[in-house]
Structure formats: structure tokens, C-alpha cells
Design a protein around this ligand. Sequence first.
Ligand code: AVJ
Length: 328
Amino acid sequence: MAVQTTLREEGRDTRSLECSHLGQFEADVLSGLAGAPKTLPCKYLYDEAGSKLFEAICELDDYYLTRTEADIFQNSLDSMAAFLGPSTILVEPGAGNCEKAEPLLGRMDSPHAYCPLDISPEILLAAQQRIQARLPNLNVTPVIGDFTSEDPWAELPVSEHRRVIFFPGSTIGNFTPDQAKGLLRQFAKYLRAGDGLLIGADLVKDSVVLERAYHDSKHITEQFNKNLLTRINSELNGNFDVDAFAHRAFYHRYRQRVEMHLVSLTQQTVTVSGQEFSFKEGETIHTENSHKYTLNGLKELLEQTGFNPKQYWTDNKQHYAIYYANVL
Ligand code: AVJ
């Protein structure tokens, strides 16, 4: 069942939404913990507390991604805006607090609408109000929903305006290469010939730099990872002893990704929604993948999914890249 609904129509009544969302959360957690190896979908890291912790991560010296991407945007806003064109609808899957879109919207040639998609209604509502106040002429239409499902895409405004999907933040890294291809093909399905995609991705680099970004010295990423257990405890009647798990993050060179895990420090049994799950000492729950691309790998990914890459921007260390591509 569709969990998304436009905030504009439904105002602040998000109860039914939270209800169906909870059902999906429960099903995903129970099946993830029943698996071997145990996994949990990383999208559930972003409840209210998790979203705040992620914002704190973005401020860390160790977490170079956000800062580097912001610098690239800052330096190239005009040339990016030129690729986006006039009277465009900017659609942002997984928009969160929408802070990356704001400077771009401010620089675009009379953007027609901004449609952030996200599963977190609280964050979206706050962002909508902030952007609407700063850009009063812009039509801001948030859609609540999981952008990996078909649902929110059907809710987007239908019009003849040029469409550009804005997918910054290296969110693409959370998907395996096969999943990423499926997702980009789904994006291409929503777009029409000549429409565009502006996508940011973290690049392959020294593993020490990568691992520091996901195992930061202030232990915020550890809190972010463990918050998933706290969320399961409160929303799904779980009894995880959060201190009986450790945060682990490492770069897997062959898979070209940072993996984030929660390691059970002892042999233990945990109950969630009335179901028991046993952990061996050292057994992990795999909570996130963060895939890294080469410039060429990113270009190939776009070419394989119906896009024609036109331009990329990067920083002088080539730590991060933003690509603009047209739909063929
Ligand atoms: C939001 C998916 C880009 O993978 O770097 C940050 C999430 N996880 N620290 C990333 C994250 C741990 C982040 N993305």
C-alpha cells in the first residue's frame, strides 16, 4: 500500500502514514534479522534522531563528503544551473533537509517547481517551510514516500515542464551496482528525452581517508549506527542491549565500498516484536553499504542506464564528483 501522500493535501496528519510505515519497518527488520548474514536496510537509520545524527556527521572534519560536495557546488553553480535550463521541475529523491537544493534553486533560471521526496515527514515539512520562505515564488511540493518504490513517482505533478532529477549526497552509494542500475533506470522512466539528472557520488580513494569518514574520532557515526537498535527497541518492542554491540566500518577494496556493521560483543538473544534472534559472539548485522566510484565507473553506470553524460565537476583531490547527464 502506498505510504506517500503530499503534505500539501494532508497537512500535518501523518498518522495513517506512520502506521503503514511501521508495518513495513517491522517486516523488513524481522526478515533482515532472520537472514544469514543478518542485515538491516540503511534507509531506517534516518528516523528523527538518526537524521539529526547524520546532520552532525556532515559537520565532522573526518566526514569529507558533504563539505567537498558543497565546495564543488559552490564553485560551479552557474554552469550547473545552465545545464538544468529554464522553467525546470527539480525532483530530489531522498531530499532530507533539502539544504543542497537551495543554492541551486536560487541560481536556476525561474525554476517551475521543487519536489523533494523523502520517507521522513518531519524533516520534509520543516524544509518546505524554510525554502518557501526564502523563495516565495517557487512551487514547493514535497512528496512523502520511499523513492525506491514506484509510489512517490506517481504522486509527482504532471506537466510539460522540463524535469531534472537531483540526486546529490552520494545516496547512490547506498545501492549495490546492480541496485544502482535498477534505480537509475527507474529515474530514466520518470524522465523524458532531453530531461536531466544531476548526481553526486563519492570517489575511490585512500582507504585510511575512507575509513576515518565512517569511524570518526567523535564517535558520532557509532551513535548513528547504534541508533537503529534504539529505534527498533522503541518502535518494535525490542530489547537490544545497545552497549552489547560495537560499531564497525571498513573499506572493502574488491567490492569498492565501505561497509557498516554492528558487532555482537557476546553470545546473546534479542527479542523484537515477540520474535527471538540469537547472536554468536562476533556475529554482525550489516547495516549499510557506501559504494565508491571511479570517474569512469560513474560515467559507465550512467551510460548503461539510459543516460548521456554531458559534464562532470570534481574537487582538486578528486575525492568526490558531480555528474550531469541527459536522458537519451
Ligand atoms: C548519506 C548515504 C551518503 O554513505 O556516506 C554517513 C550515510 N553513513 N556515515 C554515506 C552515512 C555513515 C552517507 N550517505
